[in-house]
Every structure is written in C-alpha cells, then in structure tokens.
Design a protein around this ligand. Structure first.
Ligand code: HEC
Length: 241
C-alpha cells in the first residue's frame, strides 16, 4: 500500500476526531475568529483527503463534477451564516455535525474539482479555504448582528466581528440581574469586580461568558436573558471603568 493511499483515511480520521471536540470539550470563551480558523483547519484536512483520493488515470474526468465543485463551497458559506450560531452553540452534537459537514464539503470540493478537470481541485480547494480564513477575520459572514445598530450592515456583505449592544438598556439589566453579586456599579461583592472588564474580556468574550459562565456564577441565558439581553448587558459591562 502506498503512502498516498493512506492519506485520505488518516486525514479523515484526524478531521473526525477534531470534529467531535465540542462534545468532550465544550467551548466557553473561545473567540468567534479562532473558531472560524478551527473550521478552516477542518476544511484543509477534508481538502487534502479529497485531493489524495483522486487517483488520476483510473478516475476519468467528467463535466458533471462541476456541480459539487461549485455548490459545496456555496453550502459551506451558508453554514457559516451568523444566524446558525445560536442554534449550533446550544447543542454540542449539532456543532459536531456542522464540523463533519465542513470536512465532507471540503472533500467533495477538492475531489470533485479533480474529477472535473485535473488540477481544478487544487483551485477550488484553495478558494474554499480562502473563504473560510477570510470569514474568520470578519469579512463576508461573521458573528451575530446583535442589535438594530448592526442591522443596516446585514444587507451589505460586512458585519463587523464585534457587533454591538445597547449599553444603556444593558445597564438596567445589570441592576436587575447582576448587581446583587457584582455590585451596583460593578465594583464587586460576592462576585468579582467587573471594573475594566474590557481589558480581560472583549465584547465577544463577555457575551460568551455570560451565556456560559463558570460556577458559581449562574447561567441566566437562555431562561432569564435572551441573546439581545446578553449583548446589551455585555455592552454595559464593557463600559465599566
Ligand atoms: C450569584 C452571583 C452572580 C450573579 C447573579 C452574576 N454573577 Fe457574574 N460572576 C459571579 C462570580 C462568582 C464570578 C467569578 C466566577 C469565576 O471566575 O469562576 C463571576 C464572573 C463574571 C464575569 C467574568 C469576570 C472575569 O473574571 O473576567 C463576568 C463578565 C460576569 N460575571 C458578568 C455578569 C453579568 C453581566 C451578570 C448579570 C447578567 C452576572 N455576572 C451575574 C457571580 C455572579
């Protein structure tokens, strides 16, 4: 057995293990950007497997393969849509499935490209990969448009990675749900001081923390606070000095 034959099963196995990480290691405060980069890594593995699975002479080229080559990157793009985040964030197994789909789509993009015309697989895989990396840095599809302020951007192509929240509204939520532990001005009490929290957690990380805090801080999301409440209160916390 040549090494080349081992490449697809080995890379796919690694990709599968990585895909199921959310089940064993639920992410808490991971940045959305890093997360998109994780997806990019999964896609590289899928694409390598796809390129290696193509056996040249034995697999004849055929025009029909243009379809998976073009449609798979498009589907991958849709899977990165911000509206899916909430859903995927709540169920680790859905998240793992999302990962498996990324690997499969990258495999098909690369393999399909090769079957269409040899060499095209490299180009289509590169295209998909570029898109994933670019998404990580907030161009095209990126994180949660959390408030009306972000909405105007939604019909364009860029939604900034940080999003926004209504800090004033967040202040009221803070008084109601957080002040008992963190103090009326965030100065601390039974819970730690949140003054200068922005230097420890940025807006994205603060939202992630509030959604899934470590005990003894209670998780108020999604029962008490909805996603907008979380964004607003996080925006308020970011203003504490
Ligand atoms: C029952 C008390 C309690 C309530 C209510 C509570 N927290 Fe906390 N919070 C804590 C404790 C305790 C910690 C420290 C947990 C740790 O570090 O493991 C913490 C940590 C935090 C941190 C991370 C601080 C850091 O180390 O960077 C943030 C941000 C935060 N809370 C915000 C909030 C917000 C916003 C609310 C209201 C929606 C809230 N908390 C409600 C007790 C509370």
């Amino acid at each position: 057995m040549t090494i080349r034959k081992l490449v697809p099963p080995v890379t796919l196995l690694v990709a599968a293990i990585l895909s199921f990480m959310p089940l064993v290691h639920p992410e808490r405060t991971i940045e959305v950007r890093d997360h998109h980069l994780d997806h990019a890594v999964l896609m590289v593995l899928g694409a390598i497997a796809g390129l290696a699975a193509y056996r040249g002479g034995d697999d004849r080229e055929s025009p029909g393969w243009i379809w998976p080559t073009v449609l798979c990157p498009l589907l991958a793009m849709l899977l990165m849509a911000p509206s899916l985040y909430e859903l995927v964030e709540r169920a680790p197994w859905l998240h793992a499935l999302d990962h498996v789909l990324f690997v499969a789509l990258a495999f098909l993009t690369a393999y399909g490209g090769q079957r269409y015309v040899r060499g095209v697989g490299w180009a289509s895989a590169l295209f998909l990969e570029t898109m994933a990396v670019v998404a990580a840095f907030g161009f095209g599809v990126a994180p949660v448009p959390t408030s009306a302020a972000a909405a105007p951007a939604a019909h364009g192509t860029t939604i900034v990675a940080t999003g926004t929240g209504d800090a004033e509204r967040g202040g009221h939520i803070f008084t109601q749900d957080c002040a008992a532990c963190h103090g009326s001005r965030g100065q601390g009490g039974m819970g730690p001081s949140l003054l200068n929290e922005s230097s420890r957690k940025d807006f994205t990380a603060a939202q992630a923390w509030i959604k899934k805090p470590m005990p003894p801080m209670p998780a108020l999301y999604p029962d008490v606070l909805n996603a907008k409440d979380v964004a607003d209160v996080a925006a308020f916390v970011e203003t504490l000095k």
